[in-house]
Design a protein around this ligand. Structure first.
Ligand code: PBG
Length: 327
């Protein structure tokens, strides 16, 4: 008859719910991925990602200022490279006056306190659409040959002013060669956020639309991880840690909360989750149909990353969520 255990007592009103709340979501937990392209005064909508645009550098700078003022203090930049600049060596990736490097410089000039995170992988620049160099005879993705390009890319991005480098390519040994190349050039303070457990995923579809970067042949399964595996993610985490990574990332996010939790329990490094394009698109699509309340689902989804153990979240919802948090 007397029920002394009443968990509902701690849910009676908002004030007590706030007191007992175990996790918190702040705008400065969020990293906004932003797409850029050559041009002026451009905000080109991406049809599979409502609310997300390809910005020309001038507009990108404005967006960065707005994000900073909303409390989002890190952006991750991704370039849409013109087809005529793509080749099998991805050489545009190393162009110090190319679109990407100019964008990094201009954003850092305009908003010096904002952290600029970059992407290190060849796919946006490669005529093959792969993250590494492709052997023209066998179609194999060449590991060690790719490492040399990635190391050079890192130095070029560091020179442009990047704060955090994000190798997203999944070649073996990339964190070590990037760290060494940076340190040789005295970029000892530039951090590496490794895409540690990056799965071969169908959730990247809208991103590949945004950059027109889908593989021309084959898939990415010889370098990105099999989605059936979690112990393998631990192996990648140990290697990245040994090789000098500063932050470990899990990608995609939502279907991989178990991986986030496992890594968190097995490292002392901070953990990032990448709430990827397909996860964003699903929420937007269902919201547009009136099937879910997109804003509420967004906040619930973002909190799930914190609960699983993410210290930070890369998410296309960054701006929208920051506004909701501030009201
Ligand atoms: C490329 C890269 C991808 C994403 C981030 N960096 C796509 C891929 O690996 O094919 C996906 C991000 C997203 O879907 O939001 N190295």
């Amino acid at each position: 008859m007397f029920n002394i255990q009443r968990p509902r007592r701690n849910r009676r009103n908002q004030a007590i719910r706030n007191l007992v709340r175990e996790n918190d979501l702040r705008p400065n937990d969020l990293i906004a991925p932003l797409f850029l392209k050559e041009g002026k005064d451009l905000r080109e909508p991406i049809h599979s990602m409502p609310g997300i645009y390809r910005y020309s550098i001038d507009q990108l700078v404005l967006e960065c200022k707005e994000l900073y003022d909303l409390g989002v203090h890190c952006v991750a930049l991704f370039p849409a490279i013109e087809d005529k600049l793509k080749n099998s060596k991805a050489s545009e990736a190393l162009n110090s006056s190319g679109l990407y490097q100019r964008a990094i410089r201009e954003v850092k000039n305009a908003v010096p306190e904002l952290l600029v995170m970059t992407d290190i992988a060849l796919d946006p620049y490669s005529s093959d659409g792969h993250d590494g160099l492709v052997d023209p005879k066998t179609g194999e993705i060449l590991n060690d040959e790719t490492l040399e390009v990635l190391a050079e890319m890192a130095v070029v991005q560091a020179r442009a002013g990047a704060d955090i480098l994000g190798p997203s390519d999944m070649m073996d040994g990339r964190v070590a060669v990037i760290r060494e190349a940076l340190d040789e050039e005295n970029f000892t303070d530039i951090a590496i956020m490794s895409y540690t457990a990056k799965y071969a995923s169908a959730f990247y579809g809208p991103f590949r639309d945004a950059l027109n970067s889908a593989p021309k042949k084959g898939d990415k399964k010889t370098y990105q991880m099999d989605y059936a595996n979690v112990r393998e993610a631990l192996r990648e985490a140990y290697l990245d840690e040994e090789e000098g990574a500063d932050i470990l990332m899990v990608k995609p996010g939502l279907p991989y909360l178990d991986v986030i939790k496992t890594l968190k329990e097995n490292t002392t490094l901070p953990i990032a989750a990448y709430n990827v394009s397909g996860e964003y698109a699903m929420v937007k699509a269902a919201h547009e149909r009136g099937w879910i309340d997109g804003e509420k689902v967004m906040m619930e989804m973002l909190m799930s990353f914190k609960r699983a153990g993410s210290d930070m979240i890369l998410t296309y919802f960054a701006k929208e969520a920051a506004k909701v948090i501030h009201y």
